[in-house]
Design a protein around this ligand. Structure first.
Ligand code: FAD
Length: 398
């Protein structure tokens, strides 16, 4: 009997196991997971509502578009949706294409995988960290058992602490065999050097841009101020680009600029300020007709610090473009994804099989693949699990 060991019962490992058993029931599948339960991160996703994929998903949303295209071009959001529906999970999407189970419960998705995998005879061994895989002839030894195929789907420690990204995947015959890129937290807050203590807890609609060298990335949505950092979903989007630049080397001195009044264009804002604000007698409360009190007070303070020549134009320009210097030493506490990991050159793009070790496959977030916010990361994890299952079944059918 063909035996497959899957190391890691996350989105990639659970889907791979499920697809193997559904399409080739004779294969013996064992999942090893170091956690007491599988699917912990799926259950946390989308604020526990389970943002499973995105109808607008495209390879351009990932750090390695060409590589990801070879995986997701054949596995669209629609096919993920169909495959969930076949498994009894009904879904719906929001205006940004984000797909959620209609139960709005990510745990329901984990339960579906657990029950379906149990029913089909997948064996799951929890509390079992695999730190090394031994290769013995054509067999892989995982724990005490021999397997014909091994799948490394160990993900990352994002969302599970510790604060700094750490290695999760096993060695091969005691050696760290894979080329690995730098790792940096993504989908996270961006730390800034500026004094933003006064703004702690603020939530405001804003347009934002991140400049790194000669590149500028845009985003819009709610800006949240947390301790020493800018946060919120729109900032998470920018943090993907920041993390990728960190992984690729020096980022210089990045800046975030924020339009704090996207509802009014320059002309409208100047007109408002001319009518309602006495520029020669500015007070912390002067802008409260437009902005929350703590934001009005902070703008007042910063504007007076920076501008010696005060007039409606400079005040209006300042509100439309407040610039923050990114603190490149800042490591966010909570991050949803890690950019970087096992280099994509280690695997065949179409099958995800290791180039060094035939019949060893690597999928999901443990690879140096990260996507934008909104379902991209689960999409890749699920899709890579499917591709690996297909690759194993194809090899078995030859
Ligand atoms: C709070 C939060 C919210 C998120 N929200 C979304 C969202 O809404 N949409 C989205 O697309 N993505 C989201 N993500 C990201 C997404 O969840 C991950 O990218 C995806 O789950 C990765 O799947 P994976 O299978 O590759 O890895 P993981 O989910 O990390 O699973 C890896 C598994 O391997 C196990 N493991 C690790 N090392 C070993 C070892 N040596 N031996 C045995 N077992 C091991 C772990 O215990 C874990 O169960 C979110 C992440 C977090 C943290």
């Amino acid at each position: 009997m063909t035996r497959v060991a899957i190391i890691g019962g996350g989105a990639c490992g659970l889907w791979c196991a499920n697809a193997l058993k559904r399409n080739k029931p004779s294969i013996d599948v064992v999942i090893f997971d170091r956690q007491p339960i599988v699917g912990k991160k799926i259950a946390m996703s989308g604020n526990s509502r389970g943002n499973l994929t995105n109808l607008n998903v495209s390879s351009a949303g990932y750090n390695h578009p060409d590589f990801v295209a070879s995986i997701i071009n054949n596995i669209s959001a629609k096919s993920i949706v169909d495959l969930f529906e076949i498994r009894g999970i009904r879904v719906s999407s929001d205006e940004q294409g984000r797909v959620y189970p209609i139960s709005e419960s990510a745990q329901a998705v984990v339960d579906m995988f657990r029950c379906d995998n149990d029913l089909r005879g997948v064996r799951t061994i929890n509390h079992q960290e695999v730190s090394d895989i031994k290769i013995n002839g054509h067999k892989f030894i995982v724990g005490q058992d021999a397997f014909d195929y091994v799948v490394i789907a160990t993900g990352t420690n994002a969302g599970l602490g510790p604060k700094v990204p750490v290695k999760t995947y096993p060695t091969i015959n005691g050696q760290d065999e894979f080329l690995v890129t730098e790792r940096f937290p993504s989908l996270a807050a961006i730390g800034v050097k500026d004094d933003i203590k006064m703004l702690l807890g603020l939530r405001v609609k804003a347009d934002m841009a991140l400049s790194i060298g000669d590149k500028t990335y845009q985003s819009a949505g709610e800006l949240q101020i947390i301790d020493k950092a800018l946060s919120g979903i729109a900032m998470f989007v920018l943090s993907s680009y920041y993390a990728r630049a960190k992984v690729n080397g020096s980022v210089g001195q990045p800046q975030v600029s924020v339009d704090l009044m996207p509802q009014l264009n320059h002309m409208q804002l100047r007109e408002y300020l001319s009518n309602y604000v006495d520029i020669n007698d500015l007070k912390p409360q002067s802008l409260e007709g437009l902005l929350a009190p703590k934001l009005s007070a902070w703008i007042y303070k910063r504007y007076l610090e920076i501008y010696s020549k005060r007039n409606i134009d400079t005040l209006s320009n300042f509100i439309k473009k407040v610039t923050f210097l990114v603190d490149t030493a800042y490591i966010p506490n909570n991050y949803q994804v890690i950019s970087g990991g096992i280099d994509i050159s280690e695997v065949e793009p179409s099958s995800l099989m290791s180039k060094k070790y035939p019949n060893l496959f690597i999928g999901g977030e443990v690879l140096d693949v990260d996507g934008l916010c909104g379902g991209y990361n689960l999409h890749f994890a699920f899709a890579s699990g499917m591709v690996i299952a297909d690759s194993i079944i194809k090899k078995e059918n030859i």
